[in-house]
Write a protein that binds this ligand. Structure first.
Ligand SMILES: [Zn+2]
Length: 303
């Protein structure tokens, strides 16, 4: 079927003891709650309200008095914590990929292997396409990051007929010398598989792939994203991959293997699970998802 999930969307169920996994998930969730409760801190976003009030002219105040007091936070550190930072957002797949099966099947070099240029991504059983979800969330995220002062570039904005290929997606982040890159996805797994996870690059050094320098910072970025995404959306980490941590290391994704800047993927939920799908199809939830991502990126870059 044309809506079959791409090769990296569908993960086989892990052959481990179910009960152990459930316990691990519960413990991890409790740990996350405990961490959140002890002042993990509001990541982003609230600086603006304070500054707006501060800079409002008061009745009877002279121009000099209205000038910002010397100890006032500067716009770049308060309302624009991401000023000077470049973030590349990579909306996974492309709605046009469905019409270009031959082009996206072309093999490209990912260092460790050769792999298809791109895939269609998954879709819900009733036809809501992952590519459309990814693009919508990515645009919301772009708006939020730009408000924080970041320079934001999308690898595609439904402005090309298909792709880009996964090697080009990596190259766009590299050439932008991005401070962080986030590839936005939703998964296509079995019903009952729920929750989000962040995919981190493995240590890979083969051919044109060398992730040595990005493994550490990418993990840091991924941990912040997983925590803030869960907090903003009120959803749990994946119950089918990552052992309840919401983190999963992979060495088979060209977009990560070929990156020379900190980069992770996020799988926001499972489009083949009815409960997850009810969230993914809600514009309000997608806004929360984008906010969680923005908070994670801001904490990583400016926290
Ligand atoms: Zn995908």
């Amino acid at each position: 079927m044309s809506e079959r999930p791409g090769p990296y969307e569908q993960r086989p169920p892990l052959p481990v003891l179910r009960r152990t996994r459930v316990l691990a998930v519960t413990l991890a969730a409790l740990a996350a709650t405990a961490l959140a409760g002890c002042g993990g801190g509001a990541a982003a976003g609230d600086g603006q309200g304070g500054r707006t009030k501060e800079s409002l002219p008061q009745p009877g105040q002279s121009a000099t008095e209205r000038a910002a007091p010397s100890d006032a936070p500067t716009p770049s550190s308060a309302s624009q914590p991401l000023a000077g930072k470049t973030v590349v957002i990579d909306p996974g797949h492309n709605p046009g990929n469905f019409d270009h099966p031959r082009e996206i099947a072309k093999q490209v070099d990912i260092g460790t292997n050769r792999k298809e240029c791109d895939t269609t991504g998954t879709a819900s059983n009733d036809g809501y396409r992952e590519a459309d979800f990814n693009l919508d969330v990515s645009r919301r995220l772009r708006d939020l990051l730009e408000k924080q002062g970041a320079t934001v570039k999308l690898t595609q904005d439904d402005d090309r007929p298909f792709g880009p290929c996964i090697d080009e997606r990596a190259r766009i982040g590299n050439e932008a010398e991005a401070d962080a890159v986030l590839s936005v996805h939703a998964d296509g797994s079995a019903p009952g598989h729920r929750g989000y996870h962040v995919i981190l690059p493995a240590q890979v050094k083969e051919g044109s792939a060398d992730t040595t320098k990005i493994v550490g910072p990418s993990r840091e970025l991924g941990e912040q994203l997983a925590e803030e995404f869960g907090r903003a959306t009120g959803t749990e980490p994946s119950n089918y991959v990552g052992g309840g941590t919401g983190l999963h290391v992979r060495d088979d994704l060209g977009g990560l293997n070929l990156s020379t800047v900190p980069k992770v993927f996020i799988e926001c939920g499972n489009m083949r699970d009815a409960k997850d799908l009810a969230l993914l199809t809600s514009p309000e939830w997608r806004q929360k998802a984008a906010q969680g991502m923005a908070n994670g990126i801001t904490t990583f870059l400016a926290g």
